[in-house]
Ligand binder design. Structure first.
Ligand code: ADE
Length: 234
């Protein structure tokens, strides 16, 4: 899979996405990520990419043309039109289901907005969906794009050692994850739940499911209700 990111801060994106699991996955070629400086695509001699809003109001609006030129350059590089996503607090809220869907695509392009937003005409022309990472407003789309990239990349083949690494986790199955323990067996007088030391796989799986159901019910009754509806109708 290839992820392209159009941004005014490519160095910021590179610094996040060159580290840890995503950084290693890029180095070994399990995933490709390219960050593009939108400013490189303006024809303005002062490299401006924004202007005042028609109709008045505070702040500046990013112009259509530099983003359009950047989009065309990406299309040319990959030889097709990428699934194009604009990061905005006005978008649909990101979740694990969206991450799974995006991880199955060959090419996605994330557009990071800044200032008071982006000229609506470029959004109407190239954007397939708008995504928010939550009901709060950040200074730009870079951190949201990094969040989406991380969540999507870790489900691409070869990024984690096996699909089990994410299939057992919170949100993937529709439940929150069970508690985990490691050595020592007793820490500050607190013992590991005995069933985990038995080596009895069926009992361990049963205990983990019960814990997941309990934690989800306590913390996210909305998720538990959905999960039970789906499982009771099967
Ligand atoms: N840009 C600013 N805030 C955002 C958010 N919450 N989600 C996505 N993009 C954003």
């Amino acid at each position: 899979m290839r992820i392209d990111i159009a941004t005014l801060f490519p160095e910021m994106m590179e610094s996040i996405l060159s580290e840890s699991i995503v950084g290693r996955a890029r180095k070994k070629g399990a995933i490709e990520i390219f960050c593009h400086q939108i400013r490189d695509y303006t024809l303005d001699k002062h490299r401006r990419v924004d202007d005042i809003p028609y109709g008045g109001g505070k702040g500046m609006v990013m112009q259509a043309d530099p983003i359009n030129n950047c989009y065309n350059a990406v299309c040319e590089q990959i030889g097709c039109k990428p699934h194009t996503i604009y990061m905005t607090p006005k978008g649909n809220v990101f979740d694990q289901q969206k991450a799974v869907r995006l991880s199955q695509m060959e090419n996605i392009l994330l557009i990071c907005g800044h200032y008071e937003g982006v000229d609506q005409r470029i959004l109407d022309k190239i954007v397939d969906e708008e995504i928010s990472i939550g009901d709060y407003v950040l200074t730009g789309g870079e951190l949201p794009a990094a969040v989406v990239t991380d969540a999507v990349a870790r489900m691409c083949t070869g990024v984690l050692s096996s699909p089990e690494c994410y299939e057992d986790e919170s949100h993937y199955s529709g439940l929150l994850e069970y508690p985990q323990y490691t050595r020592p067996e007793i820490w500050e007088g607190e013992a590991v739940p005995p069933v985990l030391l038995t080596g009895h796989h069926k009992n361990i799986a049963q205990w983990r499911l019960e814990q997941s159901l309990r934690i989800t019910g306590e913390r996210r009754p909305d998720m538990l209700e959905k999960y039970l509806e789906q499982h009771n109708s099967k």
